[in-house]
Design a protein. Structure first.
Length: 147
């Protein structure tokens, strides 16, 4: 598995992966995904296995010294093999090197797998936002303080 930075040619594949990873209303339309990736304070990393994309992560930074995971997506056939861990490691290292003091993210209330994944990395649920997703679902806000 190789982690590399995003290139513009990756966009259609990342959008397809996002549609596969999330239900409608939680996944992002391709133009919205493109806007997140293009934002000047965001970073996108791609996990590649033998030339095909297995997953990706988009992170962003906000004042004051806060990181945000916009999305992390690993294709079903590649899950539970450490791909998500590698992507999060890269994002957290970027955040530390940028001097950020915490990272937060939102995850759907019914996404127990993601909650287990983040909790195993030290993220804690701090707030629940009703109706966060466009399909009406609530989100947990989870936070990790970086050392
Ligand atoms: C959440 C997600 C990114 C995890 O990616 P992954 O590559 O499968 O994760 P890893 O293999 O690195 O797992 C690391 C640890 O997370 C936890 N974890 C991962 N998947 C889990 C599952 N299905 N059930 C319970 N714990 C799980 C485990 O502690 C795991 O360590 P272990 O395999 O040694 O037990 C992936 O399931 C995914 O893309 N899901 C769909 C999209 C999504 O929900 N994204 C996050 C929403 S905000």
């Amino acid at each position: 598995m190789r982690i590399r930075t995003f290139g513009p040619a990756d966009l259609p594949t990342l959008s397809e992966i996002d549609q596969k990873c999330f239900p409608p209303g939680v996944s992002y339309p391709q133009d919205v995904l493109a806007a997140f990736i293009a934002h000047r304070s965001s970073r996108t990393w791609v996990a590649e296995h033998e030339g095909s994309i297995a997953g990706f992560l988009i992170a962003d930074r906000e004042p004051p010294r806060i990181g945000h995971i916009t999305t992390i997506d690993v294709l079903e056939g590649f899950r539970r093999r450490g791909v998500g861990t590698e992507l999060m490691d890269v994002a957290e290292n970027w955040a530390r090197n940028a001097g950020l003091r915490l990272i937060y993210l939102e995850t759907a209330e019914d996404n127990l797998v993601a909650q287990a994944f983040y909790e195993a990395r030290g993220y804690k649920k701090v707030d629940k936002v009703e109706g966060y997703y466009s399909n009406g679902q609530a989100a947990w806000v989870m936070v990790k303080h970086l050392k």
